[in-house]
Design a protein around this ligand. Structure first.
Ligand SMILES: [Zn+2]
Length: 557
């Protein structure tokens, strides 16, 4: 038997098929053969009809008419790609609340890159750790780690349905070391933040993120960001930035991100690039030329974007960040303080005008007492309740301790297609992990948590023809893997991890909408994570294969 399979494998190899030495000399029969798909290997090349064999967690053979595996899946008529890598994900701790990662794996994601927007999972102070631990105990989750690297180790033990890599957030570092105060870090605080970052990167984290529209992340000025990011110099890991502004001051914000990369000497990933508000739509071209010019000047810069014309954030983000310094309590006080109230109102109304009108603001998450607002547009709500929309905004924020989720309908479809199609663009979800049942089914979240990757392939590739199928696949597989220095993923080749997604290019589509977000996409029947068949016939198998994924730095920094 062993002899026969050796001969068979060897002769197939001779006919131009690639077979891993391990398959020939080792276990023989593959665990799994995915048969007859058009294989897009993630490099951006054309698809080729081929079988793919998997043994253990690795791809062990690629070619026509591979020998039978212990398990066979017929994929004729479908495309097979490397599992999608979400370079800007907010799945984070929700993966522990429901480890089946339903909304994620069903859209073909096999690797989440979390710790975005400056807020990674720690490192926490004792108080930060205890607060998070107590909050998650209510969902039956015991938090037993204190930093992003510890989270990766937990993922290794827990093995949710998807794998996880993580950035380290400058906001988390600043919150721990400096606190919530709006002041520059002292030299010793900066040294401490740098040491913490170096330690986390040494344990496999894949870069530094910032969320400069938020506090405490945005309390760091450019000089502090340069100093912190310089820890990454020589590792190849990027500085990923949710920039200081995404509307009227977008150009300056892009300049700042590029400046940090140049001065720190590190690659840059601009997070969810957009030009918010009609009066800023023209800036999409302007920022693309800024980025292209930086690129030709030698900076390793890319950007990502989710395939929707609306963003999601906190309702407090309708107010400039300087009014949000010092935390939620301080912000809520300023809303009513006669010394600041008028300026806050003016700034908020101006932001809403920039988006369009009050119906551009849709409420996504609230507490139970104000659940009547979930999923609703602020203009409609204010009319129904015979109140002023600004007063209602303040009332909602006060009733929720400042924590209200919102969706802002403020971007153009033309720009969205243009940005997604740009050669330096990757597609991300920027979304969380949800399920239509249980603890993750609440609220009215942005549909990107369910639909980003099928929407890229269905709406932007098939319907709009904004970019080719092979380019779209490359942008969500090998391209992010390279940017983050993640080895042996994002590609279908022998020896790579068996992270795979099969989909039907003719039917793949998102179903989640802004009004009805908790819906799975269609046209994605099979997903394999580290060799584990997690989605089959479009249904979750309950088998879980995710792992903590660590980067491979160029050199120890
Ligand atoms: Zn962000």
């Amino acid at each position: 038997m062993r002899r026969r399979s050796f001969v068979r494998a060897a002769s197939v190899a001779g006919a131009g098929t690639l077979v891993a030495p391990g398959l020939i000399h080792g276990r023989g029969r593959a665990d799994l053969v995915l048969r007859g798909a058009t294989v897009f290997d993630g490099t951006g090349g054309d698809g080729r009809a081929s079988d793919v064999a998997v043994t253990g967690d690795r791809i062990t053979a690629i070619g026509r008419d591979l020998p039978a595996g212990s398990e066979e899946i017929d994929l004729r008529g479908l495309a097979l790609a490397p599992g999608f890598i979400d370079i800007h994900s907010h799945a984070d701790l929700a993966l522990l609340v429901n480890n089946r990662a339903e909304s994620r794996v069903r859209q073909g994601v096999t690797l989440e890159v979390v710790g975005q927007d400056g807020s990674s999972i720690g490192p926490w102070s004792d108080a930060g750790f205890e607060a998070t631990r107590d909050r998650y105990r209510r969902s039956g989750v015991e938090i037993d780690f204190r930093d992003p690297a510890g989270f990766l180790a937990r993922i290794d033990r827990e093995r949710p349905a998807v794998s996880v890599a993580t950035m380290v957030g400058n906001g988390a570092l600043r919150g721990l070391v400096v606190g919530a105060e709006d002041r520059p870090a002292t030299p010793s605080e900066l040294a401490r933040m740098k040491a913490l970052l170096a330690e986390q990167v040494g344990r496999g984290c894949v870069g530094l993120s910032s969320g400069l529209e938020y506090t405490p992340s945005g309390l760091a000025d450019a000089a502090e960001l340069v100093e912190l990011a310089s820890v990454l110099r020589g590792t190849g890991y990027p500085y990923a930035s949710h920039m200081r502004n995404e509307d009227d001051r977008l150009l300056g914000a892009v300049e700042e991100a590029l400046h940090v990369g140049r001065l720190a000497g590190v690659p840059v990933q601009i997070s969810h690039l957009k030009a918010q508000g009609q009066r800023n739509y023209w800036k999409a071209d302007a920022v693309l030329s800024l980025i292209e010019r930086a690129r030709s000047g030698g900076l390793d810069v890319h950007f990502d974007r989710y395939p929707y014309t609306a963003y999601a954030t906190g309702l407090s983000n309708l107010f400039p960040s300087e009014y949000r310094a010092g935390g939620s309590a301080a912000f809520l006080r300023r809303l009513r303080d006669p010394a600041t109230a008028a300026a806050l109102e003016r700034a908020c109304r101006d932001k809403v005008a920039l988006l369009g009108d009050w119906n551009s603001v849709q409420i996504s998450g609230t507490n139970e007492e104000t659940s009547w607002a979930r999923g609703r547009r602020m203009g409609d709500l204010a009319r129904e309740r015979s109140t002023d929309p600004y007063e209602l905004t303040v009332a909602l924020l006060e009733a929720n301790g400042g924590g209200v989720g919102m969706i802002g309908h403020g971007m153009g479809e033309e720009n969205t297609a243009k940005l997604l199609a740009h050669p330096l663009a990757m597609t991300c979800s920027d979304g969380g992990a949800y399920a239509p049942y249980g603890a993750l089914s609440g609220g009215s979240p942005h549909p990107r948590g369910y639909g980003s990757f099928p929407r890229l392939l269905g709406h932007y590739v098939r319907e709009r023809n904004a970019l080719s199928l092979e380019a779209a696949i490359h942008r969500v597989t090998l391209m992010p893997a390279r940017k983050l220095r993640i080895a042996d993923r994002g590609v279908i080749r022998i020896g790579a991890f068996a992270d795979l997604v099969a989909f039907d290019p003719a039917t793949v589509a998102d179903r989640a909408t802004f009004d009805d977000p908790h819906q799975y996409p269609v046209g994605i029947p099979v997903v394999v994570v580290n060799g584990v068949v997690t989605l089959r016939d479009g249904e979750h198998t309950g088998s879980l294969g995710g792992r903590g994924v660590r980067g491979t730095p160029l050199a120890q920094g």
